[in-house]
Design a protein around this ligand. Sequence first.
Ligand code: MN
Length: 549
Amino acid sequence: MGDPGGGVNDQEPLAEYRAKRHFHATPEPAGRPPEPSTPPADGRRFVVQRHRATRLHYDLRLEMDGVLVSWAVPKGPSLDPSARRLAVHVEDHPLEYFDFEGVIPKGEYGGGDVIVWDWGTWTPAPGTGDPAAAVAAGELHADLRGEKLAGRFVFIRRGRRAAAASGSSDKEQWLLFHKRDDDAVNGWDPEGHPRSVKSGRTNEEVAADPDAMWSSDAPAAEASIDLRRAVRSWEAPTHDELAALDALGAAGSWELGGTTVALTNLDKVLFPGTDAEAAVTKRDLVRYYACAAPFLLPYLADRPLNLQRFPNGVDQPGFWHKQVPDWAPEWLVRWHNPEVDPGETDCYVVADRPASLAWLANYGAIELNPWTSTVASMHQPTWAYIDIDPGPRSTFEDVLVLARLHRTAFEHLGVAAGPKVTGKRGIQIWVPVAQGWSFDQSRAWVEKLSKAIGATVPELVSWAWRKDERDGRIRLDYTQNAINRTLVAPFSARPAAGAPVSMPIRWEELDDPDLAPGRWTIRTALDRVGTEGDPLQPLIGRQQHLPEL
Ligand code: MN
């Protein structure tokens, strides 16, 4: 992703790496300690990463000849000279991994979370000669100078016995211990020093809100995906950029936030006009989605997208579409589902910048439906949904009765949640969920809540699975709380005349006599959010532990 390219520079082996670090540098989000600079790149560096994979371990890596020579130490390195640690010699890692901190997707090799537990420089003990040769010979003495570790560590190969923990049969088992020198500390336990030297965060904190993701399937230079990178580019188009869009003919290239998007058939009508308003063209939709980026992208970031496409306009039948076409531009971020079954979509769009939204609009993707889980943790929902889905006989007043009952329940439970109108007929309520819950748990929680609430107004609600058995009544659809089941994103357009938008509202607005599910359209949504803000926004990423019901 965005690899600036270029080969290894023989004069300065780390030049490429340093360039990459600059390339990926992002402003630090507020509320975090500033990121310290990495240790100096002159001399040899070492890093220890605390890695919660299938089993917790510490990966101790020494920079040697352009790679990170690595040992996995289940109990972690210690300054205590009496602590003799098993260290499994694992494959060399690329230098790009040196300061990686973030998550590795479940299902990939090493899936879990990683922090930079310590870093610094190291030198081979005097008389060692070539350290790579010493490793090959099975004994290395190394002096470490880090923020936690210091002094002389000894690595000795013990044998080539099966390492049951890693599941591999050919991993070498080594012994790691600290010499009795001035840096030795009796009783020193690495678990007593749990925070990252890079961010000050613990593994738990990084897992809950990762800055980066490592995809081991990709080449090293592209494997680290900066989950924060998009933040700085979630800006609406400038006046000049919008003028350039208006100046394009029926097709052309649009430069938006540094990315060039090819646009086609810009004057095609996608939404027929109404008595009150002119038809909405594809150019209008592209403009709306680009301008909505600062509000919309926070709901889409790091999530696979399911699309409802209407390439010939909303008065023609549309269809669900997920697979990214082969001809999509290279800059479009894709996610490959590691658990794909034959015949299923394997490559999804992840929208990370305004240009992604412009591309999607151009593609006729009118409705954007992000997953409730992220690519880093596809089996863990970050939102639970309540979908108040009216039947043909339901009125919007019926929908409001259900929504208000949910409001009362959330107040009493002390649960933070936010409603939004769908843009069509219903109301949905989004509930942020702390990391760690499965979809089975979120679905069971919503089912319990909705059944209790629905039971108070049995005349309005049907639990029948089949539409024709619901007698036209409202369905409280808890079954959408499942992987790859989605609801329309806040600020997404809906496929209906006038181009309505699904709009987050404040709870009090349920009592506003002017509230209507299709009250806002792509022509008015930006004014609305410009004056009222997005009441759902504070709930994005909230680590909310839902109470037992
Ligand atoms: Mn590891």
